[in-house]
Design a protein around this ligand. Structure first.
Ligand code: SAH
Length: 455
């Protein structure tokens, strides 16, 4: 039966689906809902009706379920950030592991795989080392500085509190709300492309207690930038550097065509497993530093590195995975698309006195075909592709090279399941899968998996 959009229903939530949607049913037909937790009786409105399922959103919770807790953040109801803050943390971990199992069973048709319990975050708040806050004009001539409203990519709310960065970083946002008011410069308006202040990005090193401020603006003119640095560092001594990125383009992204260092060295330094990494404004880094170390450790545990190993670190970013294990293997080859990340990886190798690692910039799928010999000289690999998973051509090269040991790190269980199915079909055995919770209070889950094959 097709239901009209706007139709009101009542249902009991049975489960949470892959993308975090609540699963209910109307006369045996599944409905995926925004809002609602398992065990809850809810009232909802249908938004779309398809042949096999409906979608909608919860308008009222009639009976609360046992997994619901009070969300600690005052912005929870409107913020697009932490959609699962009202779900007990243990249950978040349960559903995240289940996502991984479901993807393996349903998408890859792989049953009886050993999926470990998700590795939890010791402290599921104050874990994010990078946050981007947006400036937005509001109707009465004022402005807001904060985060996106849930489901609205162009609407920002005024931040009063955020439990994801450190308390100091959250306080810096409030400081800027005041500072920009007295700066005499206008906040950028995306509709008419006028104004100065666009984004405030704050990056942190938890190991070293260092903060980077990155201001994204349309032109250079910060009034008395020296005074800004003086005031800001006096209020927040952990600030080690302040940079400004000039973005004059209409594309509303927190990156610039030109970067100016206003204070300090232009970078902060973070540590993973005893190694130091330089983090610039544009550097890609796992956003949960403490948990990234655990993710890497889980990967090494599955890899079982040996002195004689020649390890390929595919999709290596700034080299963190290969460099942290370099002392336990013979050599490391990192491959990464972004030339700036490769330069960073080389700098990080020098910084840590690592001499057995080298890096190549380019598309993995092209390099693996054009420079096959270099890849054939490696004997094991850790692969950490972006959300889309491995490019088909890169995966095909991998299947031809046939490394006896592969460790696959994924931030998307569905593309992982797709790639895993092909690896298993062509002779690999999928061993242990370890989910790692990098993003508490969201439905995202990272995982590490080992594949082995006879030579
Ligand atoms: N292993 C790193 C980074 C993982 S994120 C870490 O743990 O920090 C994935 C990385 O793959 C990004 O740095 C991205 O720039 C890179 N990348 C994306 N597509 C690529 C491609 N086709 N070839 C090579 N690198 C790619």
């Amino acid at each position: 039966m097709r239901l009209r959009p706007g139709y009101r229903i009542e249902t009991v939530i049975k489960d949470l689906a892959f993308d975090g949607k609540a699963v209910g049913a109307i006369d045996g037909k599944i409905i995926f809902l925004d809002g609602g937790l398992p065990g809850e009786k809810v009232q909802a409105v249908v938004t779309k009706s398809k042949a096999r399922f409906d979608t909608g959103h919860v308008t009222a919770i009639i009976e609360k379920g046992p997994e619901r807790i009070e969300a600690p953040c005052r912005h929870f109801d409107i913020c697009g950030g932490c959609t699962w803050q009202d779900l007990d943390y243990e249950r978040q971990l349960y559903y995240k592991r289940k996502q991984v199992v479901d993807c393996l069973e349903h998408l890859a048709k792989l049953k009886d795989i050993e999926v470990a319990p998700a590795i939890p975050c010791d402290s599921p708040f104050h874990y994010r080392n990078k946050m981007e806050y947006s400036f937005n004009r509001i109707a009465d001539g004022g402005f807001v500085l904060g985060l996106h409203k849930r489901g609205h990519y162009d609407d920002i709310f005024q931040l009063e509190q955020c439990l994801l960065p450190s308390p100091a970083a959250a306080a810096i946002v409030l400081w800027f709300q005041e500072y920009v008011k007295r700066s005499g410069l206008k906040v950028y308006d995306v509709n008419i492309h006028d104004g100065f202040w666009r984004f405030l990005m704050i990056r942190e090193s938890f190991a070293r207690n260092e903060i980077m401020i990155n201001l994204i603006t349309t032109e250079v003119a910060i009034p008395e930038a020296g005074n800004l640095a003086k005031e800001l560092t006096a209020a927040f001594p952990a600030i080690k550097t302040i940079v400004q990125n000039i973005n004059t383009l209409e594309a509303n992204i927190a990156r610039g065509e030109r970067e100016i260092t206003l204070y300090g060295p232009g970078y902060i330094e973070e540590e993973f497993l005893g190694k130091v990494f330089r983090v610039y404004a544009g550097t890609f880094l796992q956003t949960n530093s403490r948990q990234a170390a655990r993710l890497y450790q889980a990967a090494y545990e599955l890899l079982e590195p040996k002195d004689s190993d020649r390890l390929l670190d595919l999709y290596c970013g700034i080299g963190t995975i290969g460099l942290c294990v370099a002392s336990q293997v013979g050599e490391v080859l990192g491959v990464e698309l972004e030339p700036s990340a490769v330069r960073s990886a080389e700098e990080n190798a020098r910084l840590n006195n690592i001499t057995n690692a080298r890096f190549m910039a380019g598309l993995a799928q092209d390099l693996m075909r054009e420079q096959r010999k270099i890849f054939e000289d490696m004997n094991c690999a850790i692969i950490d592709p972006p959300r889309a998973g491995m490019h088909k051509k890169a995966l095909n090269s991998l299947l031809e090279i046939k490394y006896p040991r592969l460790v696959y790190i994924s931030c998307n269980p569905s593309t992982f399941a797709r790639d895993a199915a092909l690896l298993v079909e062509t002779g690999y055995k999928l061993g242990r899968v370890i989910p790692v919770d990098m993003f508490p209070h969201t439905m995202h889950i990272e995982l590490v998996a080992s594949f082995t094959r006879g030579i």
